[in-house]
Ligand binder design. Structure first.
Ligand code: GLA
Ligand code: ZN
Length: 669
């Protein structure tokens, strides 16, 4: 395979079209100094490549590709379809989107083409095909980057028509649609497909982004995600006609809500994503996003973008502190990345991203703190060579992440507006992160048997096959943790009648009769059987035991004495039901017991304040230790006497990691 990537790609978005030719030469010199070996080009050049409907002009891109090829770069070639040209918007207003408020947009911004515009579909695929025809045989082009950060939604007439077709395909008959959406409620029965309109602010929109018929809105989310995925596939297939080797991807955005990334992953050769933590983002939250991105294909991924120093679109764009970018880069690799790419290589002079960090700042020289840090990292990654490439992460714990649930939970009116999906998932992820217990973020249809412990927080929507698969997992000895707001609706957002948690009730051995919502100033507490008491908040399930054993009861309010947390033996396994959002102390206590029962282990054995991960090949384990804490920390025993791959020195008994310190050791299996 000529196009196999056999080094850690190090580089990022490069837009030399904004600069004169002399600067290009200067860039090449400076990047060489930083050990940069890759550039992502052509991300927003559609207007230049196609100045009118009939004409294409690749002359400038030819020069850029030639220059980078001469320098032996591994090129990530984007298709430029993330921003439509102005002439196209003027001639074909349909390529612009209609927003949730029903306003049709004029030309401007980016990431805003209507996915169901036949004009957009035709010309985006045509451009991708032309690029691949022209550059596909260049061995330096190792990766195709389609569009850019797909996202957003459109509510135009073309989308409305396409939605009806999508519905016909999914449901077959209008009766099935009416039933799925429970349209008898408020007398919304449809007698003709043409009566169905897009669920936006002008139709079913309620307050807070909620809508009157969550069933319609969830289907619209699925439809929108599928529509954009079709756009992706059109371009991908156009590229594949000319380039059979290079991997094809598009840059995703972590826990971004709008697209069902597990579905997208099936169409992508490799996952790539853009990581933009804010100054106050917890390292554990970033780790979860990396794990989710790795989980999409259960494989190494690309870090397509991060800023070397500073953001521009956050509220407070703090500088990354000395060493922070390096530590974050290794954290990314520690969770499964095989590339480190920046946005961007040289800072723009105009428009809204001129304050966005870059390898080369406005000063235009290599004499900057940021450059020196980029250079140091570049040299270290170059030394690592291909040692880590392709290595995998093994986890005994799986946390279920599901976009249908994400949408459904956040569309519900009641019981609490504070019940947000990603935050809920994170509160459970964090337990494992804090203890260096590796976690895989898994889809609802994963092979559960690979795990000892599965946590499926707020599994509000139980889709077809899901309960059976979980039941099978437990029967065979698996340990399952489920929580409040679970087993409530089916995939059409209609309630499983007969008592919550519906299809999970039997295996959980509990019946949830009512759900109380607690306002931020309210709380309750749970008294555990062993005497521990822990606060709880957000929601409280009022439940009855149906075979399960109570592990802790509510201490206050009219439901004091009712079970809040339960355990049920089922088959050879066990199901835990957590009926309320436990504060950390309660969660820690409970999960300590659960992990013991499931026999899942912490990576470093004796516990550690460092972040520790492990990537494996067939013959070796690579342990990473990272310090995101404020203070110096001692390395766990596991690392002592081993050689640090980054410095080459042997780690002694007293070896410590400073704030933002990193070390990697390689241990034979
Ligand atoms: C996104 C985009 C880039 C750039 C950066 C800025 O990730 O893909 O084009 O706008 O944000 O942070
Ligand atoms: Zn549209």
């Amino acid at each position: 395979m000529e196009k196999k990537i056999n080094r850690i790609l190090y580089g990022g978005d490069y837009n030399p079209n904004q600069w004169s030719r002399e600067i290009w030469q200067e860039d090449m010199r400076i990047f060489r100094d930083a050990h940069i070996n890759s550039a992502t080009i052509n991300v927003f050049s559609w207007a230049k490549l196609q100045p009118s409907e009939e004409t294409y002009d690749f002359s400038e891109l030819d020069e850029i590709v030639e220059m980078l090829s001469r320098e032996n770069y591994d090129i990530v070639l984007a298709t430029s379809t993330g921003a439509v040209p102005a002439w196209m918007a003027k001639k074909y207003p349909e390529v612009e989107r209609t927003d949730y408020e029903g306003r049709h947009h004029k030309f401007g911004q980016r990431h805003n083409a209507c996915p169901n515009s036949p004009v957009f579909q035709k010309y985006s695929a045509a451009l991708a095909g032309k690029l691949a025809e022209r550059y596909g045989s260049n061995p330096h082009i190792k990766c195709w980057h389609i569009n850019n950060e797909y996202g957003g939604e459109c509510y135009c007439e073309n989308c409305e028509k396409a939605f009806r077709i999508w519905l016909r395909k999914k449901y077959g008959t209008l009766e099935a649609v009416n039933q799925a959406w429970n349209t008898e409620f408020w007398g919304h029965t449809f007698y003709d497909w043409e009566e169905i309109v897009v669920p936006n602010d002008l139709s079913e929109g309620l307050w807070d982004g909620r809508t009157a018929f969550a069933g319609i809105s969830i289907d619209y989310k699925r439809f929108n995600s599928d529509s954009m995925l079709e756009n992706y596939k059109l371009e991908r297939d156009a590229i594949r006609r000319y380039d059979r080797e290079a991997v094809i991807t598009t840059n995703l955005m972590g826990t971004y809500k709008g697209l069902d990334y597990f579905k997208w992953a099936k169409e992508m050769d490799v996952i790539s994503w853009d990581n933009y933590p804010a100054y106050d983002t917890q390292p554990g939250f970033t780790a979860m996003q990396h794990d989710l991105m790795r989980g999409l294909k259960d494989a190494p991924f690309m870090l397509m973008e991060q800023t070397p120093s500073q953001q521009n679109w956050q509220k407070y764009n703090s500088l990354k502190r000395p060493g922070q970018m390096r530590a974050q880069s290794y954290q990314t690799i520690a969770h499964g990345a095989d590339t480190i790419q920046f946005f961007q290589l040289r800072r723009s002079v105009g428009a809204c991203e001129k304050f966005h960090g870059a390898v080369i700042s406005h000063a235009g020289t290599e004499n900057t703190r940021v450059f020196r840090e980029v250079q140091q990292l570049g040299s270290e990654l170059e030394n690592l060579g291909d040692t880590l490439l392709g290595s995998r992460i093994q986890a005994e714990v799986g946390i279920v992440f599901d976009w249908d649930n994400y949408w459904a939970l956040e569309y519900t009116s009641g019981p609490s507006v504070d019940l947000t999906y990603v935050n809920q998932i994170y509160t459970y992820y964090k337990y494992f992160y804090d203890r260096n217990i590796p976690v895989s973020m898994i889809p609802f249809d994963a092979d559960f048997r690979k795990y000892k412990l599965i946590v499926a927080p707020v599994l509000y929507m139980v889709k077809e096959g899901m309960a059976e698969a979980l039941e099978q997992f437990v029967k065979e000895g698996g340990i399952l943790v489920i929580t409040y707001m679970s087993g409530i609706v089916n995939q059409s957002d209609n309630v499983y009648t007969g008592g919550y948690p519906g299809p999970l009730r039997k295996m959980a051995g509990v019946w949830v009769e009512e759900i109380d919502a607690l306002a931020p100033e309210q709380s309750n507490s749970v008294a555990f059987e062993d005497g521990t008491t822990a606060g709880c908040n957000l929601v409280c399930d009022l439940m009855h035991l149906e075979g399960a054993k109570s592990l802790g009861k509510y201490a206050e309010d009219f439901y004091a004495g009712m079970p809040a947390v339960t355990e049920n033996s089922y088959g050879n396994g066990m199901v835990y039901y957590i009926g309320t959002c436990l504060e950390e102390k309660g969660k820690d206590k409970l999960f300590a017991d659960i992990c013991k029962k499931a026999q899942v282990k912490e990576l470093a054995g004796e516990g550690s304040d460092l972040e520790i991960t492990c990537r494996e090949t067939e013959s070796h384990r690579f342990y990473f230790a990272l310090n995101f804490g404020k203070k110096e920390r001692k390395l766990p025993k596991l690392f002592r006497g081993q050689k640090d791959l980054l410095t080459g020195s042997v780690l002694t008994e007293n070896a410590v990691l400073r704030k933002f310190g990193v070390c990697i050791v390689q241990i034979e299996k």
